[in-house]
Design a protein around this ligand. Sequence first.
Ligand SMILES: Cc1cc2nc3c(=O)[nH]c(=O)nc-3n(C[C@H](O)[C@H](O)[C@H](O)COP(=O)(O)OP(=O)(O)OC[C@H]3O[C@@H](n4cnc5c(N)ncnc54)[C@H](O)[C@@H]3O)c2cc1C
Length: 389
Amino acid sequence: MDLNYTPEQEAFRKEARAWLEANVPKEKLKSFDTKEGFEQHREWEKKLQAGGYAMVPWPVEYGGRGANLLEWLIFEEEYYRAGAPGRVNQNGIFLLGPTIMDVGTPEQKARFLPQMASSEEVWAQGWSEPNAGSDMANIQSTAIKDGDHFVINGQKTWASRGAFAHWLFGMFRSDPDSSRHKGLTFILVPLDTPGVTVRPIEKLNNKKAFAEVFFDDARVPVEYQLGEEGKGWDVAMATAGFERGLMLRSPARFQDTARRLVELYKKTVASGQYVAPELRRTVAQCWMDAEAYALNTYQTVAHLMGGGKIGAEASLNKIFWSELDTKMHETALKLLGYRAELLPGSPEAGDVGEWLDGYIFALAGPIYAGTNEIQRNIIAERILGMPRK
Ligand SMILES: Cc1cc2nc3c(=O)[nH]c(=O)nc-3n(C[C@H](O)[C@H](O)[C@H](O)COP(=O)(O)OP(=O)(O)OC[C@H]3O[C@@H](n4cnc5c(N)ncnc54)[C@H](O)[C@@H]3O)c2cc1C
């Protein structure tokens, strides 16, 4: 096993680093969960696209630069190193994009991928419904064919950035007599379709980017069906694999947090504040876990590049990164002591408030992309071969 980078990979890293150093906005953008921040992030995405860095592993004709997955990991490392903005179109570029690449028609690839890579069109994920969260096979929203359109009725909820997004991808029951995993179709819905109502939901942080989406006889052309009719579940599972297994949370994100945590620890010690020995051990453990996650991801990428697929082990990843993220933020708050409660906007906060913001978001990690309890069920049944309850 050779753990060194090739000269080509090193050259790619250097080139990406130079571009990012020259182009990453000097001032932090506003949160992409606000309308102003959302548009600022779209501008940044356009710049990335113009520089050829929007989605490095995508083929050139779809707006990528034809890099392989290892180079994508290198790019992500440089991206976090440069402190570049979060990816506002992550549902599109990391989840739907690879799915379209897998099962989309040539027309769908040409129509959607370049617009996605530039964030001209930002995507929301419309899977959850009021009675279909963990139990996603209980989806009740319907999409019934009428000539060359689907007529959609029902409700989706918890769509991240749904309040500002342009499109939504979701699963709908296209066979009204079907139940559970059968008879569902994966459909791409323009959010400005007549009969679609988007209603923002305010989060704990007062931001209103989350949304519930209502469909009342919304007519969507059949060419927006992704994959086979009635086989939406299989398409969605591929998307979930990308979400849990590789793309959504690259290791660089957690390595960056771990690095910042180590810095915070050193600063706290240097300030003369007492730091309990168990916190010192936790900081070291977090750093090691972030490194372990990176090495594990390199292994996954090598497996994929050798023609393998991501299976149920994506669930192991999801539990690992979400629990690590919570642990790192929790530890930072302990190090900060009473200062941990300063909100990012408060005059005394400096960069302290970002830890609280990060902590609040980290708490959602064990819930979104499928709760960790559900991931543990998947591991028990599909990896360990334990019987279903
Ligand atoms: C920050 C955030 C962003 C999100 N973004 C999106 C999005 O963009 N698009 C989207 O469609 N959804 C999104 N979601 C929704 C998310 O996917 C759901 O919240 C999640 O799937 C859980 O569903 P639920 O909320 O209905 O909870 P429930 O399914 O009602 O679960 C409640 C609790 O019961 C547990 N539970 C349920 N069934 C079992 C079981 N069989 N075994 C063991 N425990 C079980 C769960 O683990 C959970 O702890 C987001 C959620 C969050 C927090």
